[in-house]
Ligand binder design. Structure first.
Ligand SMILES: Nc1ncnc2c1ncn2[C@@H]1O[C@H](COP(=O)(O)OP(=O)(O)OP(=O)(O)O)[C@@H](O)[C@H]1O
Ligand SMILES: [Mg+2]
Length: 527
């Protein structure tokens, strides 16, 4: 096996590679890094999750000089990918002083102009915003010696081609051009030659298009049962993090609401959200504070989040490329992953055409029954309990007196059952009457809530009270005081409807904004 030491690259980059925990170069890295170091144009194709970013990133950073002008431009199809690629380059250049700037739409252009003025050597951006800067003359590409199209086939496809051509006109023709993707349909490959200088084609694993560590299945479902079928699938699997793909933005919004209402930790990502909303959702997903990311194809390409165990195609992808990239969000860097596709009877033909393109049969499985889901859940719980019993955890002593006390008064089965309820059901399931919002300083007979909504959201007291009134079927004027401050809002509703308002608004959106509703904390009792 080859080692990173064998590459003709400086020690500061080798040291950073080591810090990142890369032990040996992946096949695509092994093949293309020496070529790129020779300033050769390269078309690199290798399966998803096999380190294409570092494959171009390492030699690119090696070639960057101290001059504070833009020497390298990387184009990516989405904003999230631009941010991520910039982050990976940042890590690779930890010991080399290189300024790397992500530039994408939805972010303040003034902010970007300032950063560009300060001088940056590497720009990673989305075509639209890059073009915007070129038109304003706030970005200068004359000194770019390396140009990279990450997800090249997507970039050269219909939607982006005009922008890309305009950008290319401004880059030095002496440049080195590099194209990377897990898929490279023949027409795109042909087209790409137009922009390149006798490119060297490097393709890893010609036979298999999808990464072999991804276990693929499909379930036949009926359109009208799709949501239920999805829930059964996710309840019967052991999921660390999952990405659920929908065809449309509206589909994402609806499924997000439906899953949140059922208590799943899920949030949506699509192009109609503001950039700050998109950033928040990605952050929550990356740090596992949500379990499911529900997304359009905006998350299909390049996105690399550790521990994504499952990709679920709630709607079947439109083309084989989309299938390959979507499922490639799992099974990355040598890990295993599971890819599930829900297919309605009408879509069977479409599934067959995807199978033909990826040269593989996707096996079907029967949807788990409710009993199987319950059984599965119990299996998971049993595992957790046994793990604890068999661990050398020294906590018994702490509980000994309590255990003895309980067992003296109740049969062991009853004690164990109650403990399991306590452990495995959410507090809300346990409380039957129990919405005790306490004394929060609200007016008599009213309950007070705090509401967190993002900034820049147009949420007026009128909109909010109408929403609440509509939700629980009370007259608008029965909704009490609503005060909107800069960072928080509070609202009072009649005590008897408080639980309904709480349940109804807890996870909902009003006027496009996600509402986070919390009962106001009871004030400490006076002694
Ligand atoms: N040599 C290596 N050893 C171990 N991990 C690596 C190595 N190179 C890259 N990685 C890690 O593997 C993961 C996937 O890499 P990357 O995102 O570059 O894949 P990709 O080939 O671009 O996939 P996609 O086609 O989905 O864009 C990243 O987390 C990256 O840090
Ligand atoms: Mg990539």
């Amino acid at each position: 096996m080859m080692k990173f030491e064998e590459f003709q690259i400086s020690d500061d980059i080798k040291k950073a590679i080591k810090d990142m925990g890369f032990e040996a170069p992946s096949p695509i890295q092994e093949k293309v890094i020496p070529e790129i170091l020779k300033k050769q144009d390269v078309i690199g194709q290798a399966q998803t999750g096999t380190g294409k970013t570092a494959a171009f990133g390492i030699p690119l950073l090696e070639h960057v000089t101290k001059d504070r002008n833009v020497q390298s431009l990387i184009l990516t199809p989405t904003r999230e990918l631009a941010i991520q690629v910039a982050g990976e380059l940042q890590k690779l250049s930890k010991y080399k002083n290189v300024h790397i700037l992500p530039i994408y739409g939805g972010q303040s252009i003034g902010h970007q102009i300032k950063a560009l003025k300060r001088g940056t050597q590497v720009v990673v951006g989305t075509p639209g915003r890059i073009l915007d800067h070129l038109n304003r003359k706030t970005l200068q590409l004359r000194n770019v010696h390396t140009l990279i199209l990450d997800e090249a086939d997507e970039m050269l496809d219909m939607g982006f081609i005009e922008d890309i051509e305009k950008i290319l006109q401004q880059v030095n023709s002496e440049r080195q051009t590099l194209l990377f993707s897990a898929t490279m349909p023949p027409p795109i490959r042909k087209l790409s030659n137009k922009y390149m200088n006798r490119p060297k084609q490097v393709t890893i694993s010609k036979g298999e298009v999808t990464a072999p560590s991804i276990n693929q299945v499909y379930y036949k479902v009926l359109e009208k049962n799709k949501l239920d079928s999805l829930c059964r699938v996710i309840d019967s699997e052991t999921i660390e993090l999952g990405i659920i793909f929908c065809r449309t933005k509206k589909g994402v919004a609806e499924l997000t609401e439906a899953l949140q209402a059922r208590g799943y930790m899920a949030d949506g990502l699509h192009g109609d959200l503001t950039q700050s909303q998109r950033d928040i959702v990605m952050k929550k997903f990356r740090d596992s504070s949500i379990e499911f990311l529900i997304a359009t194809d905006v998350a299909a390409r390049g996105i690399d989040v550790e521990n994504v165990s499952h990709v679920i195609n709630y709607d079947i992808p439109q083309d084989p490329e989309s299938y390959v990239h979507r499922i490639g969000r799992t099974g990355r860097a040598g890990r295993e992953g599971i890819a599930v596709t829900l297919v309605t009877p009408r879509e069977m033909k479409h599934l067959r055409s995807i199978e033909a393109e990826i040269k593989m049969n996707i096996p079907s499985e029967k949807l788990p029954s409710v009993e199987e889901v319950v059984e599965k859940q119990q299996h998971v719980w049993k595992g957790q309990i046994i793990d604890l019993i068999e661990s050398d955890d020294d906590m018994e002593s702490l509980y000994d007196p309590l255990v003895a006390d309980l067992l003296e008064h109740y049969p062991p089965e009853k004690v164990i059952t109650s403990l399991m309820k306590l452990a495995f059901y959410s507090q809300d399931d346990l409380k039957d009457d129990g919405y005790d919002f306490g004394d929060t300083g609200a007016q008599k007979g009213m309950t007070r809530f705090f509401i967190n909504v993002g900034r820049n959201v147009d949420l007026t007291p009128k909109i909010l009270s109408e929403e609440v009134a509509h939700l629980v079927g009370i007259p608008v004027n029965a909704v009490g005081r609503i005060d909107i401050f800069e960072n928080f809002t509070f609202m009072e509703v009649p005590q008897e409807v408080a639980p309904f308002v709480y349940e109804g608004l807890k996870y909902s959106r009003v006027n496009g904004a996600r509402i986070n509703l919390e009962p106001a904390k009871p004030r400490p009792k006076r002694k």
